[in-house]
Ligand binder design. Structure first.
Ligand code: THU
Length: 134
């Protein structure tokens, strides 16, 4: 699974977006150390504040299947002109899964012209995570 394939997986997930209120389809693809990929897309709600982001849906899918770490890379795609970066809540949600396996995944923030590559720890410095509770 190369980066282009991971980005393609995120784009394919975005094609399933349920975002009739924002018309802003987002896709996320999580790559794990064993080569597996889990995708997610944003799912909005008539009660606007209850919408779920693509990254959160992807992490939820993975964890519901028992995944507890091994997150090495994440691709996020959106419809905008600029590379899309995970929202603050999603950074925290990604951090929980990454922390469980002690990884610092690279986040591919994909735009139509360029892709920004940044580590999760750079997006969420001084993160509060599982170790913070000990
Ligand atoms: N959205 C995501 O899915 N991920 C992000 O990191 C940023 C925002 C979604 C939420 C909402 O459905 C739409 O994009 C517009 O904010």
């Amino acid at each position: 699974m190369n980066d282009e394939q991971l980005i393609a997986a995120a784009r394919a997930a975005a094609a399933q977006s349920y975002s009739p209120y924002s018309n802003f389809p987002v896709g996320a693809a999580l790559l794990f150390g064993d080569g597996s990929v889990v995708t997610g897309t944003n799912i909005e709600n008539a009660s606007y504040g209850l919408g779920l982001c693509a990254e959160t849906v992807a992490v939820s899918k993975a964890m519901a299947d028992g995944v507890r770490g091994g997150l090495v890379k994440v691709a996020v795609t959106g419809p905008g002109e600029e590379p899309i970066t995970p929202c603050g809540r999603c950074r925290q949600v990604l951090n929980e899964l990454a922390s469980l396996g002690g990884t610092d995944p690279e986040i591919l923030c994909v735009g139509p012209k360029e892709t920004h590559r940044v580590s999760l720890s750079a997006l969420l410095p001084y993160a509060f995570g599982p170790a913070s509770l000990t």
